[in-house]
Design a protein. Structure first.
Ligand SMILES: [Fe+2]
Length: 191
């Protein structure tokens, strides 16, 4: 991407607590912790106004930790009713989405797939393939990211795990459902 205003990357060791298999993560982080798990090149406008857009490309490297694939930390938007669009450019992935009430919707992506993340959905990318998963993303400039929502619940309600050459969705035994009050706060956190 040309004309970007910034780049960020997350190393494998930055993803502590993201994966269900703690022992497998600790082993991999000891050997390859300094390697990049994923990176973002983005364009952000100088001045944040709600009508503007942030966009860029995300590159998530392939790999597995236990039965799970490399994935992004994931988030809900701080202004929770802001949506997002992902367009898969290369690789194979799942855009894993969850509402605060625990309803999940994993959407498989291959080159050319567009995924719409509606307002109020938590979202993270999972690389289910052997190549880097490259996606273009675009969202309202005032969306913001709350990266702790998933950790506070013990993870997403379901895990995306390897199943032969593919994947399947299984229950996350460490998931702690959000109270009605907490769900309500997320649904109201929109300006
Ligand atoms: Fe987002």
């Amino acid at each position: 991407m040309s004309g970007g205003t910034g780049a960020k990357k997350s190393l494998i060791r930055d993803l502590a607590g993201v994966f269900a298999d703690d022992a497998a993560f600790t082993r991999l982080a000891a050997e390859r912790g300094d390697e990049t798990a994923y990176g973002v090149d983005e364009f952000r406008p100088d001045r944040v106004v709600p009508q503007d857009l942030i966009f860029g490309t995300s590159t998530l490297n392939p790999g597995k930790i236990g039965e799970e694939f490399f994935m992004t930390r994931g988030h809900i938007h701080v202004n929770t009713d802001r949506p997002e669009i992902y367009f898969c450019q290369s690789g194979r992935g799942v855009l894993h989405m969850e509402l605060p009430n625990g309803e999940t919707r994993p959407a498989e992506m291959s080159p050319g797939t567009v995924v719409y993340v509606p307002p109020f959905w938590i979202h993270r990318s999972v690389n289910i393939g052997e190549e880097p998963l490259v996606t273009f993303f675009c969202y309202p400039a005032d969306a913001g990211q709350d990266y702790d929502i998933i950790a506070r619940a013990g993870g997403m309600r379901t895990l995306i795990v390897a199943d032969g050459a593919g994947w399947r969705e299984v229950d996350n035994p460490r998931y702690r459902p959000r109270s009605d009050a907490e769900q309500g706060r997320y649904l109201e956190a929109a300006r």
